[in-house]
Design a protein around this ligand. Structure first.
Ligand SMILES: [Zn+2]
Length: 461
């Protein structure tokens, strides 16, 4: 998911985006993009395997050896890893990652066919144009360009094409454990990180995603023998659950900061009115400043930036209007700050529930991931590449509310930096929604951005 960076919207600078050119690699990337969009690669449509076959065939035609491509099958779907071998056998590889799957789109709801690439009014329309098939196209294009130029990087580059980011990330886990990937020194994820275009059409700040909050849901279930509603009992599943939820509402998790959030908060401070700015800067300089913290916590947008949060999101109770409820259940959705654990969050919920007869269950299999501390080489390479097309924009790390494949890589010990190279207006972002699009210039920018990073970080000559 390429997330919005609204908080950075005010950091606009005065530069204009470079116009797309019609270079041969751009024509090739567009053709690849067109094919990628044509696969309805949503869960349940069986299109990941044909899409992998297409990627393999395209790379083969570009001279990539069979031995440098490994298909990782998984329950009728799968992932593909492609290796560009480095000259220095002792250097650890660098991983690049993009996901091939999309959230489904119903053609009858769209203004244009979601599975046909349409170029209109300076945009590419189609499901996956932004999330994340521009990244898939950028990786294929990069491999082909390196091949065509006869370039060999110093370090091995491994490109991972993931099959189920939007659903289970099972193929991401398989990729993270793969022989070519396990030892990667770090990863560049094309699926998040990006820049803003202001309403005046000018590029604004660019964010590198270096951490993600983990996503975890819990159900809280109260049961009761029930009975006829004409004879209320003293205990009642709905009232009990309501009382529990009020206690859940009062939970405050410990305040946390890390190098990423402090840099990102400092950047946000500059966009605030003077009094708030001063308080936020006091907090950034000294997170133990309780007065600054208390003042900031009065702003509801601030808490999630510095702590785990949990909130009730679904309710389901009772079975008839004239019966006492036999069951009442709430879903509580938590966003776990890097450093907090799933067990700690669950323990806080249990404490708030304070009744062993009430069932608290974790939904699914949440992955909690650490922060990827900013690396000078990665930040420098991203900055140089972005400034080539958008001179002078501010480059800031940020923590994402989650979740992308980066969660899995970070949890597997591979620090991950998401940088798509895409610049767009917040009002044009419809990822997962209707009429998804990206600006044509942003697509070509993303293609060159991933190529720049492969060349510079890989030590291509
Ligand atoms: Zn995505």
């Amino acid at each position: 998911m390429l997330k919005r960076l609204i908080c950075l919207a005010a950091l606009l600078v005065t530069a204009t985006p470079a116009m797309a050119q019609d270079a041969p690699h751009q024509r090739q990337a567009r053709q690849i993009f067109e094919r990628l969009i044509s696969f309805r690669s949503a869960a349940g449509h069986g299109q990941i395997a044909p899409m992998i076959a297409y990627v393999q065939q395209t790379l083969r035609a570009g001279g990539v050896a069979e031995a440098d491509m490994a298909m990782i099958p998984h329950e009728g779907s799968g992932a593909l890893v492609v290796r560009v071998a480095g000259r220095d056998a002792g250097a650890r590889p660098i991983l690049f990652s993009a996901h091939m799957d999309v959230v489904d789109a119903r053609p009858e709801d769209w203004q244009r066919d979601p599975f046909t690439l349409v170029e209109e009014n300076g945009f590419f329309f189609g499901r996956g144009t932004g999330d994340n098939k521009a990244g898939v196209a950028a990786m294929i294009s990069t491999i082909l360009r390196l091949r065509e130029a006869g370039q060999r990087p110093r370090r091995t580059l491994v490109f991972a094409f993931i099959g189920d980011e939007e659903t289970g990330m099972a193929t991401t886990r398989l990729v993270a454990a793969h022989d070519w990937v396990r030892n990667a020194e770090f990863a560049i994820n094309t699926d998040a990180g990006g820049g803003l275009i202001g309403d005046d059409g000018r590029p604004g700040a660019y964010g590198i995603q270096g951490a993600e909050k983990a996503y975890a849901s819990f159900t809280v279930t109260v049961t009761n023998p029930g009975g006829h509603s004409s004879r209320p009992r003293p205990d009642n599943a709905i009232y009990q659950l309501a009382e529990v939820l009020l206690r859940v509402r009062a939970i405050r998790f410990p305040v946390r900061t890390n190098p990423i959030t402090l840099v990102s908060l400092r950047a946000q401070a500059m966009t605030l009115p003077p009094a708030q700015r001063q308080m936020l800067l006091r907090f950034v300089d000294n997170p133990a400043d309780q007065e600054a913290l208390a003042s900031l916590m009065r702003d509801p947008s601030f808490g999630p930036e510095v702590s785990t949060t949990c909130v009730a999101t679904l309710l389901e109770a009772g079975h008839a209007e004239n019966a006492l409820p036999q069951r009442a259940r709430a879903t509580v959705n938590c966003r776990i700050f890097p450093g907090d654990t799933l067990d700690e969050v669950r323990a806080r919920l249990m404490e708030a529930v304070a009744d062993p007869a009430i069932l608290v269950e974790t939904t699914g299999n949440p992955t909690v991931s650490p922060v990827s501390e900013p690396r000078e080489d990665v930040t420098a390479a991203i900055t140089r590449s972005i400034h080539r097309r958008h001179p002078g924009v501010a480059i800031t790390p940020y923590l994402e509310a989650g979740a992308t494949d980066g969660l899995v890589y970070r949890a597997a010990g591979i620090p991950t930096y998401a940088s798509s190279g895409i610049f767009m207006r917040p009002s044009d972002m419809f990822f997962h929604g209707l009429n998804e699009r990206i600006p044509v210039a942003a697509f070509y920018g993303a293609i060159d951005h991933i190529h720049d990073l492969a060349e510079e970080l890989g030590g291509v000559r």
